[in-house]
Design a protein around this ligand. Structure first.
Ligand SMILES: [Zn+2]
Length: 293
């Protein structure tokens, strides 16, 4: 994909230097006091308070955080490797690309596109949807209209999922932005309202396939920047992260009723349909029988 020197989005937040610790828990502190008191008596507790006070003085410990049990946030200066920084810059260009395409598509529908924000984090992060962790892979939170990604996912995509290449990486962002489009159009709300119902899993697959379709629509309107082999890279990624492929690798067997993203074949088909048509109206994954998606 041709991306160097092109416009980068101003909607990207760099949170790589933000370290979020898990909740300490107020109950845990009570337990420690109890234990120290029983083992070392009153002097033990006194010693612990003195140590705690010193740690607080030196900025190592935040008493408010210890008592409330809320996750603590510390900002450190993050020093990326040149390779990491290149990935970062790449993501800001891809996001700008999605802004250009979706601003135009919404204008054609007579609507105003509200651009999402994208946060690049490292390890874990606080979101309006709860704690986000790198292990979850990239995700979109409708609560704060934000796409979250830990760039180490791209290593996983290349190694574990055998889907290297910059366009595979771009596809991942375009898919998450697809969820943002669904949020703006009220589609995600309709699906999430069915949580707990029998067909929720099916609805969730339809939602995921539509996000793949929307990534394809984006790719269609971005053709001028594609290199030879880019589409294959995206298809490779769609193929690798299908539920059946993931289950096969992690459990050694395929359990269709537990699908929430669609099979590799379905994901490739819908991405391809978006790519071929470039028309947002061709992506109704909610009609038609489920077994024919
Ligand atoms: Zn998704």
């Amino acid at each position: 994909m041709k991306w160097k020197g092109r416009r980068s989005s101003s909607n990207v937040e760099d949170a790589r230097g933000r370290q979020v610790s898990a909740a300490a828990g107020g109950a845990g502190i009570g337990m420690i006091f109890n234990l120290v008191g029983r083992t070392f008596g009153f002097k033990g507790i006194l010693a612990m308070l003195v140590i705690g006070f010193l740690l607080w003085q030196f900025g190592v410990l935040d008493p408010a955080q210890v008592i409330s049990g809320k996750p603590g946030v510390t900002e450190v200066e993050y020093q990326p490797t040149p390779e990491e920084q290149e990935r970062f810059d790449f993501v800001t260009v891809v996001l700008a690309d999605t802004e250009d395409v979706w601003n135009e598509q919404f204008r054609q529908m007579g609507q105003q596109y509200q651009e999402p924000r994208l946060q690049i984090f490292s390890g874990r992060t606080n979101t309006a949807c709860g704690m986000g962790e790198a292990a979850m892979g990239p995700f979109y939170c409708p609560g704060d209209s934000m796409v979250y990604i830990d760039l180490s996912f791209y290593d996983e995509l290349a190694r574990a999922f055998q889907a290297p290449g910059d366009f595979a990486q771009a596809y991942v962002i375009a898919h998450e932005v697809g969820h943002h489009i669904q949020n703006l159009l009220g589609i995600s709300d309709q699906v999430h309202a069915r949580r707990g119902q029998n067909d929720f899993n099916e609805m969730s697959v339809r939602l995921e396939l539509q996000a793949d379709f929307l990534a394809g629509v984006w790719a269609n309107h971005n053709r001028q920047y594609l290199d030879q082999g880019d589409i294959e890279e995206a298809m490779q990624a769609a193929n690798a992260i299908g539920d059946d492929a993931i289950q096969q690798r992690t459990q050694g067997r395929v359990v269709p009723h537990a699908f929430t993203h669609g099979t590799s074949e379905q994901r490739m088909r819908w991405f391809n349909k978006g790519l071929r048509t470039g028309d947002i109206n061709q992506g109704n994954t909610f009609e038609g029988p489920y077994d024919r998606l």
